[in-house]
Design a protein around this ligand. Structure first.
Ligand code: SF4
Length: 337
């Protein structure tokens, strides 16, 4: 990082193919941030182990996630894009930060409580330490900016607390990461709950045009519009909201045609499918090209990890020095004495 330059860090969950809600809520911001900052983007496969018990698809999911990011416009020649587990320094820093993090604080994190409730048979140590690993992710690169929506500010505040505590005990070692507030719209899925793969209400960015229509046709619309000639209320309809993201120029026309029942919901959904297909067409084409050469994608991630480790190893050496630990075995005097 050049003097005075800000560095952004973001972790991306490796859920495999990303859905259109992931794109609107995060990926498009990650792409835009590259024009302003030096960016480090990690596909956080270690984090996923806190909830996964079947890891058979983990490697594929890392690659599929990378494909969506690269196809969307992440530029690996400038941005460091890598898989979290390729940078082993993260685990050591996680351990060191865990020593300054009060367990009571972690047990009170709402996300931990929710996850513990959702998987009572698997309330593992990693789940409690999730925010510590998130903090390590950020400070391993001395990143000072983290793209977050308003709702994620409490998570960042916990990272800032851990950093302050470490700095107070061991001296100024890390910058306190700041929020780079991004506008992340809440994208609802086709059943009107938050769009999520686990709810089965999402649409993959990489879906085919036919898959796109088949998914969109299941969308809940205005519940009062029972018959074709019932007037509709676009303001309560998620299909109308989605038009705003992918074809805003169509909204005025749909607004009046829906209210006067000139247009039926099936036609409206067809229009939305066309807009989504137009929007993601170039991204899908790039993804197709990239996925034809999986080795090249793996090489991008490996190259990213190499560059990440150059920074990470320097930072970790400083951290160990601050804590009072020997930097590394070869530098220890009289190791065999
Ligand atoms: S016509 Fe479109 S905006 Fe109106 S209720 Fe049907 S899907 Fe929603």
């Amino acid at each position: 990082m050049q003097q005075g330059q800000d560095r952004v860090f973001a972790g991306i969950r490796c859920t495999g193919r990303q859905h259109i809600g992931n794109y609107l809520g995060a990926i498009q911001n990650f792409v835009a941030l590259q024009d302003k900052y030096e960016c480090v983007y990690s596909i956080v496969d270690l984090h996923s182990l806190t909830t996964l018990t079947d890891t058979e698809e983990l490697q594929d999911n890392v690659r599929e996630t990378a494909l969506d990011l690269l196809a969307s416009g992440i530029r690996p020649e400038e941005t460091i894009l890598y898989a979290q587990s390729h940078v082993p320094e993260i685990s050591e820093l996680h351990l060191l930060l865990s020593m300054v993090t009060p367990i009571g604080r972690l047990m009170n994190v709402p996300t931990f409580k929710e996850k513990a409730k959702a998987q009572p048979e698997n309330v593992n140590y990693g789940l409690v330490g999730y925010p510590v690993l998130q903090t390590a992710d950020i400070v391993l690169y001395r990143a000072n900016k983290v793209p977050v929506g308003e709702d994620q500010l409490p998570h960042l505040e916990l990272a800032r607390e851990i950093v302050r505590r470490f700095n107070n005990i061991f001296g100024d070692t890390f910058p306190e990461p700041e929020a780079e507030l991004t506008s992340a719209p809440m994208v609802l899925g086709f059943d009107n709950r938050k769009m999520s793969k686990s709810y089965g209400n999402s649409l993959d960015m990489a879906a085919t045009p036919e898959e796109t229509f088949q998914a969109i046709r299941t969308a809940i619309t205005d519940p009062q519009r029972v018959r074709r000639n019932d007037p509709g209320r676009p303001e309560v309809c998620n299909v109308y909201t989605l038009h705003g993201f992918f074809g805003p120029e169509n909204q005025p026309k749909i607004n009046s045609a829906c209210r006067s029942a000139e247009i039926g919901c099936v036609d409206c959904k067809k229009m939305l499918s066309e807009s989504v297909n137009d929007y993601f067409g170039p991204i899908r084409a790039r993804r197709e090209e990239l996925s034809a050469n999986p080795e090249a994608v793996d090489e991008i991630l490996i190259d990213g990890a190499r560059r990440a480790r150059v920074i990470a190893s320097e930072v970790l050496a400083d951290v160990k020095d601050a804590v009072g630990l020997p930097a590394s075995l070869p530098e220890m005097a009289n190791v065999n004495a």
